[in-house]
Design a protein. Structure first.
Ligand code: GDP
Ligand code: MG
Length: 201
């Protein structure tokens, strides 16, 4: 079996403060969970390598580090990203409503021709009983935007790997489509150049 060099993808994780973004990353990357509430300042970038079918995918997952309070920082944070994980807390209805704003902010940073920018939405803390958001409600918002939805728990390690694999797979798919179209454009540009050169010399 041939081993390729791998593909590097930048994934950003967004959602309101306290929904569990850092905890989900800590679960996914380090397989740990801590109850302690910490908001460190400055973005942190967590690396994780996974295999998607035959491709080694080197994820760099960007966590806001508490800066989600300042929406103005989202543009520089999300620049050049290949996909976005949107997180809300199933025990906090407002955090679901906030996803609309996060989604719009991200899309403002994406080139217009990049129509299928991949998102995944995670409803976190499903281990808690005091839910404010039903699965149906979350599904309705996600399907209206064509976004895959997963119910997860960083604490109990429910569905976390599965959700990140979904965004990695979709980001990889979009990345190769993007590269293919770039390659096609370069080939046709190359053809034009050849014909110009043939004409003039
Ligand atoms: P962030 O601000 O979105 O990064 O949220 P944090 O990861 O800092 O988590 C906020 C709080 O929610 C912390 O006290 C976590 O321990 C707690 N938390 C995160 N994920 C879960 C979960 O799946 N279940 C429960 N019960 N608590 C969680
Ligand atoms: Mg955090």
């Amino acid at each position: 079996m041939s081993i390729n060099k791998g593909v590097g993808l930048k994934i950003v994780i967004l959602g309101s403060l306290g929904v569990g973004k850092t905890s989900l990353l800590n679960r996914y990357v380090n397989n740990r969970f801590t109850q302690e509430y910490r908001t460190t300042l400055g973005a942190s970038i967590l690396p994780k390598e996974i295999r998607v079918d035959n491709t080694l995918v080197k994820l760099q997952i960007w966590d806001t580090g508490g800066q989600e309070r300042f929406k103005s920082l989202v543009p520089s944070f999300s620049k050049g990203s290949d996909g976005c994980v949107l997180v809300f807390d199933v025990t906090d209805r407002d955090s679901l409503y906030a996803l609309e704003g996060w989604r719009e902010e991200i899309l403002l940073q994406i080139p217009l021709e990049y129509k299928d920018y991949p998102f995944v939405a995670l409803g976190n803390k499903v281990d808690l009983t005091e839910r404010q958001v039903t699965s149906d409600e979350a599904e309705a918002w996600c399907s209206s935007h064509n976004i895959p939805y997963f119910e997860v728990s960083a604490k109990e390690d429910i569905n976390v790997d599965h959700a990140f694999e979904n965004i990695a797979r979709n980001a990889l798919l979009q990345d190769s489509k993007w590269k293919d179209s770039y390659l096609m454009n370069s080939i046709s540009l190359g053809d034009n150049r050849t014909s110009v050169r043939n004409n003039c010399c």
